[in-house]
Design a protein around this ligand. Structure first.
Ligand SMILES: [Zn+2]
Length: 239
C-alpha cells in the first residue's frame, strides 16, 4: 500500500455499496479538493455474475469516475462479514494508514447481514486504531467524525448532502459494474435492467433531495447532536 492519506474514508461491505449510498458525496468532496478513499471489506467472489477480478477492474473504474484517490479491498469472505477481532485489526490498519478525519460507515440496520455487520466492525476498528499501545505498524489514529450512510435503511436521516450536480457521474460510476448491471441475457443491445436501475436510483436520490428542497441528495445519520453558531445560516426551509 502507498502513503496516500485521506480526509474522508468510506467503508462498505461490497464493491458498489459506496457507489449506491454515498458516491455522490465522495465526488462532491473530491471536487472541493478533499482527498477521498474507499475501503471495500470483501472482493465479491460470491456474486452470481462476474468474478472477483471483474469486480476489481470495475471498482477501479468507478473510483476513477468518483475522483477517489485510493481504493482498497480486504480479504474478508463475501457473505460472511463478521465483527471479529481479526477483522477489526484489518480495518484498523487501513484507518491508521489513511488517517481520515471523516469516516463513513454503513447504517447499522440493514436487510443484508454484511451491510449491518460492517457498521459496528468499522466503528470498533476506528476505536482500536486510536489505541496507542496497540502495535499495528503505523502510528495511532482515530477519525474525528463518524457518519452513517443510510440510503439502504428506512430511517430518517440526520442530514442529506445535495448531489444534484454529481448525480449523473455517480450513476455512471455505478454502471461501471458491468458484470452486475448490464442485462446479459438481452440480445437487442438495449439494457432494460439499466433503465430500471436508473429509475430506482433517481427515485431514491429524488426522495432525499425533496426532504431538503434540492433535486438529488444522499442521506446520512450521525449519532451526535448538531452544533450551530449562526441561526441565520441554517439551510432547508421550514414553511
Ligand atoms: Zn452490498
Amino acid at each position: 500500500m502507498d502513503q496516500f492519506q485521506a480526509d474522508i474514508l468510506a467503508i462498505a461491505a461490497h464493491r458498489d455499496d459506496v457507489e449506491q449510498t454515498c458516491g455522490g458525496t465522495l465526488l462532491k468532496m473530491a471536487d472541493r479538493g478533499y482527498r477521498t478513499a474507499i475501503l471495500d471489506l470483501t472482493q465479491g467472489e460470491m456474486g452470481t455474475r462476474g468474478t472477483a477480478d471483474d469486480r476489481a477492474r470495475e471498482a477501479a473504474e468507478a473510483a476513477r469516475l468518483l475522483k477517489c484517490g485510493w481504493r482498497g479491498a480486504l480479504d474478508i469472505p463475501d457473505g460472511r462479514v463478521e465483527n471479529t477481532y481479526e477483522n477489526r485489526l484489518k480495518v484498523a490498519r487501513v484507518i491508521r494508514q489513511l488517517r481520515p478525519r471523516v469516516l463513513i460507515l454503513p447504517y447499522w440496520q440493514a436487510r443484508h447481514p454484511d451491510h449491518a455487520t460492517a457498521s459496528p466492525l468499522g466503528y470498533e476498528a476506528a476505536f482500536l486504531a486510536g489505541l496507542a499501545k496497540l502495535d499495528l505498524g503505523a502510528p495511532p489514529h482515530r477519525p474525528f467524525k463518524i457518519l452513517y450512510a443510510s440510503l439502504y435503511a428506512d430511517v430518517r436521516p440526520t442530514f442529506v448532502v445535495d448531489i444534484s450536480e454529481q448525480f449523473e457521474t455517480r450513476f455512471t460510476a455505478l454502471m461501471a459494474y458491468r458484470s452486475q448491471y448490464e442485462d446479459q441475457q438481452a440480445g437487442s443491445g438495449l439494457f432494460p435492467r439499466h433503465e430500471e436501475i436508473r429509475e430506482r436510483v433517481a427515485a431514491m436520490a429524488g426522495y432525499y433531495g425533496l426532504l431538503a428542497g434540492v433535486r438529488y441528495a444522499e442521506p446520512f445519520v450521525q449519532k451526535e447532536v448538531g452544533l450551530v453558531d449562526d441561526l441565520l445560516s441554517l439551510p432547508v426551509q421550514s414553511i
